[in-house]
Design a binder for this molecule. Structure first.
Ligand code: FES
Ligand code: FES
Length: 161
């Protein structure tokens, strides 16, 4: 018999109560149980950053956390960034600066940079590079991602002005 627990989580503002196997990762819970497949799974051992989500506002490798550890937490995934069809400023900047090619790393990049831009409204290039240093991208060479993040900070500042 699998070891099961009931957890209550809020994901992108919506409350869920689910019974989960204790061995299931948060990444697999989000993807298979809640069908939020925007969170990607690459290495499954904490190296690539593709699975990054925010747990109570902090960027977290969803492949390294058990779903049961998120009981009572508020989780944000890439699906929560846009408002309906309207991309948020960070997503728009990625689109405009070609910050993605295959898109596999993109959800993790976006969530990592969401955390950075909340904590640091006006980051420099070095801070952006430091923030995404745990997110691997095999396509872009990172330059376009850095440009997108810096432009997103400017767009967010303009929105507030
Ligand atoms: S899938 Fe989680 S860090 Fe690579
Ligand atoms: S866009 Fe392909 S891995 Fe980053």
């Amino acid at each position: 018999m699998p070891d099961m627990r009931t957890i209550r989580v809020t994901v992108n503002g919506k409350a869920y109560t689910r019974e989960v196997e204790t061995r299931v990762s948060l990444a697999d819970f989000l993807r298979h149980e809640l069908r939020l497949t925007g969170t990607h799974v690459g290495c499954e051992h904490g190296m690539c950053g593709a699975c990054t989500v925010l747990v109570d506002g902090a960027s977290t490798r969803a492949c390294l956390m058990f779903a049961v550890q998120s009981d009572g937490c508020s989780i944000e995934t890439v699906e929560g960034l846009a408002e309906g069809e309207k991309l948020n400023p960070l997503q728009e900047a990625f689109r405009d600066h070609h910050g993605l090619q295959c898109g596999f790393c993109t959800p993790g990049m976006l969530m990592t940079l969401t955390e950075l831009l909340r904590e640091q409204a006006n980051p420099g290039e070095a801070e952006v590079r430091e923030a995404i240093s745990g997110n691997l991208c095999r396509c872009t060479g990172y330059q376009a991602i850095v440009h997108a993040a810096l432009d997103a900070a400017r767009r967010l500042a303009n929105d507030k002005a």
